[in-house]
Write a protein that binds this ligand. Structure first.
Ligand code: NAD
Length: 357
């Protein structure tokens, strides 16, 4: 039998880590990444919240995910119970009150880049599914229906695509769209020469809205990007626009999107994220009635495709997330700065207006 690593190398540090929102695949990848690190990992299925944070009593490290709640109240309880490091196993940190963490002396680390390609390719997957009606064709053929009525598609090449947020993921999406022969427009708080070299033109947001046939969101969720796509923004867009969101649900006012779908303003909508996803995603509700009426309405549109925050979910990404999460834990234990350290100040430096506090 394989000995726990700490018994082989007692000098290697071990951090007792409470891992919230654990799914079997999280456990598999984290256990594998921990083989040569020897941290004491305790896997907890519940989502981290005010009600569940007591489960982490006595754990110096809490590892959390995208829909865990790390507001000031939860952080205060965790800090009082002895937690010193919050190790996010994701890149976004909009669900962490970084100012409260700073005040409490809690270190927060995340995984800034694990596989931007995973998310970029998923965004393209949503675009192609919608443009060629693959979601409808899949079901039709399985039922022996080979009619093409209603499956008329459109080509991405030659269309103008607007990329909002040209960081690690947005830059790759721009590259993939350039490969398809799209004309590229971009919007970001800072232009990226690499994206410009692809032929993209940085334009004001209103111009991107007005000219793009496809709009894809890759900026972080912050106060100034909350409901970036609302009634006003949608009114500026071209009729029949294809809108893709693989970033964060709250970038889109979903009720405004429903209105725009009903009026035909939005021609196709591809979502991997949803503003109220924390009550739905990552759980199996297939034998229950969905209580969220807005989400249920979205599912009725033939030109909407929704995936449950799975854009990141590839083998490459899961391996990288697990490695980098535990690397942050090891660095912290050894008294070094975790490579994925994020503070309210460094988060502010990423944007002129700063993140949610
Ligand atoms: P990144 O930090 O590399 O890039 C974000 C870009 O957005 C930067 O270029 C930044 O300048 C820009 N930006 C900041 N404020 C902006 C604003 N107000 N308007 C327009 N652009 C703005 O991040 P990334 O790795 O490319 O990830 C982008 C987002 O994707 C993350 O914030 C996260 O929410 C989301 N994400 C989703 C998944 C998934 O599985 N669906 C996985 C990973 C990341």
């Amino acid at each position: 039998m394989r000995l726990p690593f700490r018994q082989l190398s007692p000098t290697i540090p071990s951090m007792k880590t409470a891992i919230f929102s654990t799914k079997p695949y999280d456990r598999d990848f984290l256990v594998e990444a921990n083989r040569d690190r020897g941290h004491e990992l305790v896997f907890l299925e519940p989502r981290l919240s005010e009600q569940t944070c007591r489960l982490a009593d006595g754990f110096p490290v809490v590892c959390a995910f995208v829909n865990d709640e790390l507001d000031a109240g939860v952080l205060l309880t965790l800090s009082g119970q002895g937690t010193r490091l919050i190790a996010m196993r994701c890149s976004g940190f909009n669900n962490v009150d970084l100012r409260a963490a700073d005040r409490l002396g809690l270190t927060v680390a995340r995984v800034p880049a694990y596989s931007p390609r995973a998310v970029a390719e998923h965004a393209l997957g949503l675009m192609l599914t919608l443009s060629r009606r693959l979601h409808k064709a899949y079901n039709r053929v399985r039922e022996g229906n080979f009619s093409l009525d209603g499956l008329l598609g459109f080509e991405l090449g030659g269309r103008t695509a607007g990329v909002i947020g040209t960081g690690k993921i947005g830059r790759l999406v721009a590259r993939l769209l350039a490969g398809f022969g799209c004309k590229l427009l971009a919007y970001d708080v800072a232009a990226d020469p690499e994206v410009e070299a692809l032929g993209a033109r940085y334009v004001p947001l209103d111009e991107l809205f007005a000219q793009s046939g496809v709009i894809t969101l890759h900026c972080p969720l912050m106060p100034e990007t909350y409901h970036l796509i609302d009634d006003e923004a949608l009114a500026k867009m071209r009729r029949g626009v294809v809108l893709i969101n693989t970033s964060r649900g709250k970038l889109i006012d979903t009720e405004a999107a429903v209105r725009a779908l009903k009026s035909g303003k939005i021609g196709s909508l591809g979502l991997d994220v949803y503003e109220e996803e924390s009550d739905l995603f990552y759980e199996d509700f297939s034998d229950q009635v969905i209580q969220d009426d807005v989400f249920a309405r979205m599912l009725t549109f033939p030109n909407v495709i929704i995936t449950g925050h799975q854009a990141y979910f590839t083998e490459t990404a899961m391996r990288a997330i697990s490695e980098q999460t535990l690397e942050n834990v090891t660095a912290f234990e050894q008294g070094h700065t975790p490579p994925g350290l994020i503070t309210a100040d460094t988060a502010h430096a990423r944007s002129p207006c700063g993140p949610q506090s």
